[in-house]
Each structure stands twice: as C-alpha cells, then as structure tokens.
Design a protein around this ligand. Structure first.
Ligand SMILES: [Fe+2]
Ligand SMILES: [Fe+2]
Length: 291
C-alpha cells in the first residue's frame, strides 16, 4: 500500500470502523502529488455539527453520565486528529520519510485513544455520535500553508493544550474515585508528549537561527488563532519540559493572555487540587500494584 492510499482511506471512508483501520509498516514508493481535501467523508451518525455543546463542569463529574459526555468530547478530538494527520500526509507529500512515518505512528496512537474513549463512554451508556460533533480542528485548515504551520497549530497548540487537559481530567477523575478513566487519561498523556515532540522537531528544524522558538511559533499561526489555544484550563509548564520546549518558550506561553483568558473558574480547579505536580502513567501503575 502507498502512504497516500492509506491517508485517502482514512479521509474518504465514511464509517468509524474504516477510520480505525491500523496502518501497515511496509509502504510502496509513490510520486509526490499534493492534495488538499476540504473535509473528510463521514457517515450520518458522525457528521460535523455547528451546534454548540458545553463540556460538563468539573464539579459535575461525580456523575457517570457526565464523565461519558466528557469522554465523547475528547473522542471527537481524536477522530479529527486521525483525519488531519492523514490530511497532512496528502497535503505535504514532500515531507521527509521520517516525518511521514512519525505521522503514521501518531495516527495509530490516535486510533487507540479513540477506541479507549469509546469503550469507556459505552460503559457510561453513551455511544459515539450521540451528541453533536464540532469540527474545531478542521476549521484551521486555511492556516495550514506548510508542514510547519500545520505542526504549530495541531501539535504545538492543540496537542500541547491536551497535555494540560489530560492531567487536569486525570486528577478530577481520581478525585471522584474513577481510577480507570484517570488511567486512560494518563495513557493518552504519555502518547501526546510524543506527538508534541514530533511537531516540535518539525518546527525547530525549519526555525531561522536568528529567531527564538516563541517568535517563530507565533509567525506560523494566524490570528484569531492565538497561543491561548496552546494551553488548557490550567497551564502545567513541566509537561512542556517533557515535550522538549525551551525555557523561554515555556515561560512566554505561560504569560500569554488574550481577551478570552481567565474565563475558567479557578476556584473549582483549587477544589480538585490541580497543582503543578504531574501524574505519570507508570507511577500510577506502581501505586496500583502496591495496593
Ligand atoms: Fe490523542
Ligand atoms: Fe495526539
């Protein structure tokens, strides 16, 4: 199979089952022709929707149904990530082979994340597609002029923010005694560190020597998309250290604010003891093994 055929399969097949088809590890040679698809094909139950659906508040995650709705929200992000990494394989066929193989590895991991979320939400009585699916990642394709801008938006921003979100939700799920769902969040956290690293490698490689990473990153994203989108409710700088960002970038991202900053209820974060100490997958495993 050619890489482009696999990418087209993920984008043009309508069913969720097809979008979960794992990649092979042998790829045929092919010509490089750039294709920019406007949107993915999706079956009726997983169509894009413009309906605004609010994610349940952290304080309400004591209810299993709200945990299910939250996971539905995250699962949507995973599906868009699968499709958009496939989109990038088609749009940037001249990317180095190692970059393409990295994206394929990312796709495989996003497929695993999607399955983990779906299994768990099913356990809470929610099916994927039960609530409207937004397409916020897909709305950014107009700013994907290059492999670097794609990585700046998708990996450094969205996947970067997910480093914060996966930590926050792992902590809140643990607070409510749901260690199984917390464990899923940490599995995903560990993978997302790798995804952000892959994106950071692409951006760093093309960074002009006379520019710092923070300035270069900002030149790759387009207003109204701002660095605020690269952070979760609460910013955990150590997660960015793990992903390999330099200290200057980490502190400037921390300080960055735009007109939408500060809408989060900081009090509710305090209630859940969302401090800057990170939970790690293997540490949680070792705690579980001791008890
Ligand atoms: Fe993911
Ligand atoms: Fe990811």
């Amino acid at each position: 199979m050619k890489i482009s055929e696999y990418a087209k399969h993920l984008l043009r097949s309508e069913s969720l089952e097809d979008k979960l088809m794992p990649p092979t590890n042998v790829w045929e040679e092919e010509e490089s022709i750039s294709i920019r698809l406007e949107k993915p094909s999706r079956s009726k139950s997983i169509q894009f929707s413009d309906k605004k659906i609010k994610i349940p508040r952290l304080e309400h995650l004591n209810l299993a149904s709200n945990r299910g709705l939250t996971l539905h929200h995250f699962a949507n992000h995973e599906l868009m990530a699968i499709e958009l990494f496939a989109w990038a394989l088609l749009a940037f066929p001249d990317a180095p082979k190692s970059t393409k193989i990295g994206f394929i590895k990312t796709i495989e991991e996003e497929q695993n994340h999607l399955k983990l979320y779906i299994d768990r939400m099913n356990h809470f009585g929610i099916q994927f597609g039960d609530i409207p699916l937004n397409y916020i990642f897909w709305k950014q394709i107009g700013q994907f002029h290059s492999l670097e801008s794609f990585s700046a938006v998708l990996s450094l921003s969205f996947e970067g923010a997910n480093l914060d979100y996966s930590q926050v939700y792992a902590k809140v799920f643990r607070y409510f005694g749901d260690h199984q769902t917390a464990d899923i969040m940490l599995t995903i956290f560990e993978d997302e560190i790798k995804h952000v690293k892959r994106g950071l490698r692409i951006v760093t490689k093309s960074k002009p020597d006379d520019q710092d990473l923070w300035t270069y990153y900002q030149s790759l994203i387009q207003f109204p998309f701002t660095p605020r989108r690269a952070k979760g409710y609460s910013y955990l700088p150590d997660t960015r250290k793990l992903a390999g960002f330099d200290a200057d970038f980490i502190s400037k991202l921390g300080l960055y604010e735009d007109e939408y900053t500060g809408r989060v209820n900081q009090e509710s974060l305090k209630k859940f003891q969302i401090n800057e100490v990170l939970l790690r997958k293997n540490r949680l495993d070792s705690i579980a093994n001791l008890s």
